[in-house]
Write a protein that binds this ligand. Sequence first.
Ligand SMILES: Cc1cc2nc3c(=O)[nH]c(=O)nc-3n(C[C@H](O)[C@H](O)[C@H](O)COP(=O)(O)O)c2cc1C
Length: 168
Amino acid sequence: MNAMTDTKEFDIDPKALRQTLSCFPTGVAIATTLSRSGDPIGVTISSFNSVSMDPPLVLWSLARKAGSLPEYRAHPGFAINILSADQAHLCKLFASPERDRFTGLEWFQGAHGVPCIAGCAAALECETHAVHEGGDHEIFIGRVLAHTSSERTPLAFGKGQLGAFSLG
Ligand SMILES: Cc1cc2nc3c(=O)[nH]c(=O)nc-3n(C[C@H](O)[C@H](O)[C@H](O)COP(=O)(O)O)c2cc1C
C-alpha cells in the first residue's frame, strides 16, 4: 500500500522523526532581536519559511526551552539573517551555549531597530504579527517591514550537515 520504506505510524520516536525531517533541506538563518536590557541577541534557526505575499508574512519557531524565548516575546520585532556559505561558524556560534555571541561580530542596527548581521546572503526585518503555540515550540509570524538580498551563496542544512547551496 505504501511504497515508502521505513514508514513510521503512531509511535513517533523523536530521534527517528528528526532523521525523517532532515531529508527536507533548508537554509540556515539567525533570528535576532534586542533583549529587554537593550543588548543584541540571536539564535540559529532552520525553521524559517515564507507564509504570505499580501500581506508579506514569514514564520519561524523557537523551542519553549530556549533561554531567549522571553526576549523574543517581549520585543515587537525581529530580523531574520539568512546565512551565506562562508558563515557556517556563525551557525554554530548562535546554537552554542556561548551567551556573548555578538562580541567581535560585525553587525548594525537595521532601519527598524533590530540587530542585523553583516555579510549575510539576505535579511528581513519584521514586526511580530502573531505568536502561536506549537507543541514544544512557539511559532513567530512576522510582517516584513524591510528586506535585502545579495549574490552571496546561501548556507544549506540537511541530513545533519552544513554546506554551500548548489543546484545540479
Ligand atoms: C542548523 C540549526 C538549526 C536550528 N534550528 C532551530 C530552530 O528552528 N528553532 C529552535 O528553537 N532551535 C533551533 N536550533 C537550536 C538553537 O540554535 C539552539 O538550541 C540555541 O542555543 C537556542 O537558543 P538559546 O541560546 O536562547 O537557548 C538550531 C540549531 C542548528 C545548529
